[in-house]
Design a protein around this ligand. Structure first.
Ligand code: HAM
Length: 422
C-alpha cells in the first residue's frame, strides 16, 4: 500500500478529467459501491479457484461476525448493486462507471500493489458486439487523450459449453506434457486448466505454443460475435492482436476477453494496464434476471508508471493548465488587499498563482517567470493607498496602472476572455 504524493498530481488530475469527460460523452453514469462487502459477493462473482478469491482477498469477520471482504475489484459489487436496486427497470442498456481503491494481497512488485485504484465501465442489457467495441474504444480514447500509445490483446473464450469441451482437450494435451511443466501448472491441470495458458515460466512456453486453440472450439454464434467485434475495431482503427492464450484471471467471462498494453518498450515486467470482457451469465448467477453484460477496468498506478517511463524517454511533460497571472504583493497591507483580489480573479475563472511567503519583488517575479504566466499583477504600498494595481506584461515588460475596481475587466480583456459573462 502506498501514498500518492503531490508530485504525482500531474498524472492523477488529467486521468480524472479525461475519464469523467469520456464517461459523460459515452453516457455512463457514476456508481460508487462500499469498500467492504459481504464476502459472498466476490466469492460468487469472481469464483473459487481464482488467485483473487483463493489467495489475494482481504477477508475478516466484523464485530457481529459477518464475514466481509475489502473489494478486490468492482464488477461483482456493481452487479450486486444492479440487482439490488432493480436497475433492469431503467432504460437498457444501463451504463455505469466508477473510480476507486481496490485491495488485493498480491506479491508486491513494480506495478503490483495491495491497494491500487481502478476506473471501470460496465454495460448491462445488451449482447450486441458493438457494446464490446464501444468499451474498448473508451479505453483506447482514455490512453489516446493521455498520450500513451497502447494496443489491445483480444480473444474469445466462448460460451460455458464450448469452453467445457475445449477444457477437456486442453487437459488431455497438458497431461501428455506433464513432465515438462512447472509445479504450479501441474496443479492447474486439475484446479483451473484455463490458467495453464497464462503461465509465464520459460519451461512452459513451448508447451503453451502448441496447445489447442479455443477459437477452434467456438460455435457459429460465438465466432460470429467475435468477428463482428473485430470488424468494429478495424473500422475504429484500434490496433489489436489476437491472442489465443488470453484467458483472464476471473471466472465470470464469456465470449470476448481483452487486455490493454502499452506499445512503448518499457523496463520491468510488461503487465496489463487494463482488462475486461463480456460476462453474460453473471447477473443471473448472482440472483438477477438473465442480463447480458460487458465491462472493463484500468489500473491507474500502472498507467502512472507507464506514463512516467514514456514521458522520460520521449522528453515529454504532462500538459498543464497554464497560469494566467501571477499576483505579487509587497508588505502587510498589500497582502490583505491581494487576498481579496486573488479571490475575485479566481471567481471569474482566471487561473492565478501567488506566494505570501515571498516578500521581495525579485523573488516573486522569478516565480512568475518559472510559471510562464503572461501577466503579473503587482500590489505595493502605493497601490494600496491609491486603490490601484500594476499589470505587467511579462513578455514586453510594459506596465499599466489600473483602478482595482477595473482590474478584473482589464485583465480579462488582456487574456482575450470576452465571452465570459460572469
Ligand atoms: P483485472 O484484470 O483483475 O480485472 O484488473 C484490471 C486492472 O487492474 C489490471 O489490468 C491492472 O492494471 C489493475 N490491477 C490489478 N491488480 C493490481 C495490483 N495488485 N496492483 C496494481 N494494479 C492492479 C478486473 O478487475 C475486472 N473487474 C475488469 C472488468 C470490469 N471486467 C469486466 N468489467
Amino acid at each position: 500500500m502506498h501514498d500518492i504524493l503531490p508530485k504525482d498530481e500531474k498524472y492523477w488530475k488529467p486521468m480524472y478529467k479525461t475519464i469523467s469527460d469520456l464517461a459523460e460523452h459515452f453516457q455512463f453514469s457514476r456508481i460508487e459501491t462500499p469498500i467492504l462487502e459481504e464476502v459472498g459477493v466476490f466469492v460468487r462473482g469472481i469464483g473459487k479457484g481464482t488467485d483473487v478469491v483463493d489467495k489475494e482477498m482481504y477477508v475478516f469477520e466484523d464485530k457481529d461476525t459477518t464475514k466481509v471482504a475489502m473489494r478486490p475489484e468492482m464488477t461483482a459489487a456493481v452487479v450486486r448493486a444492479y440487482i439490488m436496486h432493480g436497475f433492469w427497470n431503467m432504460p437498457q442498456p444501463t451504463k455505469l462507471w466508477y473510480w476507486g481503491p481496490m485491495f488485493r494481497h498480491d506479491r508486491p512488485q513494480a506495478g503490483r500493489y495491495r491497494q491500487f485504484h481502478q476506473i471501470g465501465f460496465e454495460n448491462f442489457g445488451s449482447n450486441d458486439p458493438s457494446v464490446d467495441a464501444e468499451l474498448i474504444l473508451v479505453a483506447f480514447d482514455f490512453f489516446k487523450d493521455l498520450g500513451l500509445p497502447v494496443e489491445i490483446k483480444i480473444n474469445s473464450i466462448g460460451t460455458l459449453a464450448e469452453r467445457a469441451n475445449y477444457k477437456n482437450e486442453l487437459v488431455n494435451y497438458y497431461r501428455s506434457k506433464r513432465s515438462y511443466l512447472c509445479e504450479e501448472c501441474r496443479q492447474r491441470i486439475t484446479k483451473n486448466p484455463m490458467r495453464l495458458l497464462d503461465c509465464k515460466e520459460t519451461g512452459c512456453q513451448t508447451v503453451k505454443e502448441e496447445a489447442p486453440q479455443i477459437i477452434n472450439w467456438l460455435g457459429a454464434e460465438s465466432k460470429n460475435h467475435f468477428m463482428k467485434v473485430l470488424e468494429y475495431l478495424d473500422v475504429l482503427e484500434i490496433p489489436y492482436q489476437l491472442d489465443h492464450t488470453l484467458v483472464r484471471g476471473l471466472n465470470y467471462y464469456t465470449n470476448t476477453v481483452f487486455e490493454i498494453y502499452t506499445t512503448d518498450e518499457q523496463e520491468g515486467s510488461q503487465s496489463a494496464l487494463g482488462g475486461g470482457g463480456r460476462y453474460d451469465l453473471l447477473v443471473e448467477e448472482m440472483g438477477g434476471r438473465p442480463t447480458p453484460a460487458a465491462g472493463l477496468a484500468i489500473g491507474l498506478e500502472r498507467v502512472v508508471l507507464a506514463l512516467k517511463q514514456y514521458n522520460e524517454k520521449n522528453n515529454r511533460e504532462m500538459p498543464k493548465v497554464p497560469t494566467d497571472a501571477y499576483v505579487a504583493q509587497l508588505g502587510e497591507e498589500a497582502r490583505r488587499v491581494t487576498m481579496k483580489i486573488i479571490n475575485q480573479l479566481r471567481g471569474v475563472g482566471i487561473k492565478i498563482a501567488f506566494n505570501f511567503f515571498k516578500t521581495s519583488l525579485k523573488n516573486q517575479m522569478e516565480l512568475a517567470d518559472g510559471l510562464k504566466a503572461p501577466f503579473t499583477v503587482i500590489i505595493g504600498q502605493k497601490e494600496v493607498q491609491d486603490s490601484t494595481a500594476i499589470i505587467r506584461d511579462m513578455e514586453s515588460g510594459i506596465q499599466e496602472i489600473v483602478d482595482q475596481k477595473k482590474l478584473v475587466t482589464v485583465l480579462k480583456r488582456k487574456l482575450g476572455r470576452f465571452d465570459d459573462k460572469r
